[in-house]
Design a protein around this ligand. Structure first.
Ligand SMILES: [Mg+2]
Length: 244
């Protein structure tokens, strides 16, 4: 099944979620409405919690409205949701809502069929696996904990988002992740469906493979001049330096 050229000897694979491990449609059709229905309660009844208070302050700063109340902030969050804007406070508050929804059993995440078997095989072969998604770290943890086949977090060595790593289309974010993961740039492989993210990873010296799945938003556009695969089964990774 593996395509010549899609063979990598690396220490770690870094995974995008939406459009790469999982269907963007699931996030937009299931998770977005779930959070939209719960912002008001979070902003009014739990505004004193540090994570909520911090996100509310970030919204006020981003909109330049220092006196915005809970209703005004909710309106802003919903507008960002409509635009699919990856604003950090929106992602933080969604992370709170989703992790509780997953914990409660209201939500179960989605992974494409080829993904979990490959992640297990790569992990077993001594590769470290990391997640880098615009969804917050708490949402990522909930996503991997509550998969249809159970808890996948034992496979994952670390989680990165736009807060602890930075924007996904900036090479500096990939340098930050490499430093945190204590891996050389050329020992890292990034998998994503977005050409701008693949460009940034490559600029940081990483290997990068574009994942193109039918029905995903970037499928038609493609991944520019990056190597590409339709599923994880087309990618062969090994770690010649693994001791496991
Ligand atoms: Mg993506």
């Amino acid at each position: 099944m593996s395509v010549p050229g899609l063979t990598y000897d690396v220490d770690a694979v870094v995974l995008d979620i939406e459009g790469t491990t999982s269907a963007t449609g699931f996030v937009v059709d299931v998770l977005y409405p779930y959070s939209r229905a719960r912002f008001a309660e979070l902003l009014t009844e739990r505004a004193g919690e540090p994570a909520v208070a911090r996100a509310m302050a970030q919204v006020r700063e981003l909109t330049g409205e220092p006196d915005a109340d809970a209703a005004a902030i909710e309106k802003t969050l919903n507008a960002w949701l409509d635009e699919d804007r990856k604003a950090t406070p929106l992602k933080s508050l969604q992370g709170v809502i989703w992790s509780e929804g997953f914990a409660r059993g209201d939500l179960v995440s989605h992974f494409y069929d080829d993904v979990v078997p490959r992640l297990r095989a790569w992990h077993a072969a001594g590769l470290r696996l990391y997640v880098y998604s615009s969804g917050s770290v708490s949402a990522q943890r909930a996503w991997f904990t509550n998969s249809p086949v159970g808890d996948l977090t034992p496979l994952v060595s670390g989680l990165y988002d736009t807060e602890n790593a930075g924007p996904k289309q900036e090479p500096g974010s990939y340098r930050r992740i490499a430093a945190a993961a204590e891996a050389a740039a050329d020992r890292l492989l990034f998998l994503s469906d977005r050409p701008g993210e693949l460009d940034a990873a490559r600029e940081a010296g990483w290997h990068a493979v574009g994942i193109r799945r039918p029905g995903e938003p970037y499928f038609e556009q493609g991944v520019g001049d990056h190597a590409q695969a339709g599923t994880f089964d087309e990618i062969t990774v090994s770690n010649s330096r693994s001791t496991s």
